[in-house]
Design a protein around this ligand. Structure first.
Ligand code: AP5
Ligand code: ZN
Length: 210
């Protein structure tokens, strides 16, 4: 199964990708995580991407397209994959299509902008392993430490309120048109993001069966 998770920043794509990829034993491919790792390691790509990410802007399409083409050729993607946070522009979606990468289904997780701001202001991420928590919805047992690896929990720089608003504006302008792109290809399923993570998962799984 080759799946795309679409949705605004903070809609819960990463949260759902983690659950679904475990259930189907396929990898989740997050361009956000790949880019943050590159920034952390100080690679050339990371240096280029940092200012875009910190400012809530999209990293240029050519960088993303080459990341995706390379990552999807790896052996663990042979039996399927979940794309989390990519494509994010029509140019990226067209490049995936032109490269002959088959997409079976696109799940769009819908969450109102007001709820997004609430969710992202409570998000905490592990500085070591990248695991994601929420102060209210998914707290770690020690508020300052990661349950998985004991690493320090921090606020992502692009989760600062002004940057979240910029990311939302970018989403509506550049990413939302992908709903029409995939609806026209008969691949789009829309799921209303729920208060509870498990309730959203149930809706996503139902959409996958349809
Ligand atoms: P990326 O890392 O992809 O960020 P994003 O799309 O903005 O998504 P998020 O990680 O913020 O949110 P999410 O939907 O995964 O939500 P999550 O599950 O964490 O991209 C970052 C940046 O990289 C971009 O701004 C851009 O610069 C660059 N980039 C990446 N890909 C790119 C591309 N293709 N093209 C160009 N540039 C690219 O959930 C959020 C919070 O809510 C968490 O705390 C979680 O615990 C909580 N939560 C989740 N589900 C629920 C629920 N049901 N109820 C309550 N809380 C919930
Ligand atoms: Zn950790």
């Amino acid at each position: 199964m080759n799946l795309i998770l679409l949705g605004a920043p903070g809609a819960g794509k990463g949260t759902q990708a983690e659950i679904i990829c475990e259930k189907f034993s396929i990898p989740a491919v997050s361009t956000g995580n790949i880019l943050r790792e590159a920034v952390k390691n100080g690679t050339e790509m990371g240096k280029k991407a940092k200012a875009y990410i910190d400012g809530g802007k999209l990293v240029p399409d050519d960088v993303i397209i080459s990341i995706i083409k390379e990552r999807l050729c790896e052996p663990d993607c042979e039996n399927g994959f979940i794309l989390d946070g990519v494509p994010r522009t029509v140019v990226q979606a067209e490049a995936i299509e032109k490269a002959g990468i088959r997409i079976d289904k696109v799940i769009d997780i819908e969450v109102a902008d007001g709820d997004i701001v609430k969710r992202l202001s409570g998000r905490r991420v592990c500085a070591s392993c990248g695991a994601s928590y929420h102060t209210v919805y998914k707290p770690s047992s020690d508020p300052s430490k990661c349950d998985r690896c004991g690493g320090e929990l921090i606020v992502r720089k692009d989760d600062e309120p002004a940057t979240v608003l910029e990311r939302l504006a970018v989403y509506h302008e550049q990413t939302e048109p992908l709903k029409d792109f995939y609806a026209a290809r008969g691949k789009l399923a829309v799921v209303e993001g729920q208060e509870e993570v498990a309730d959203t998962t149930a809706l996503v799984l139902k959409a996958l069966e349809a």
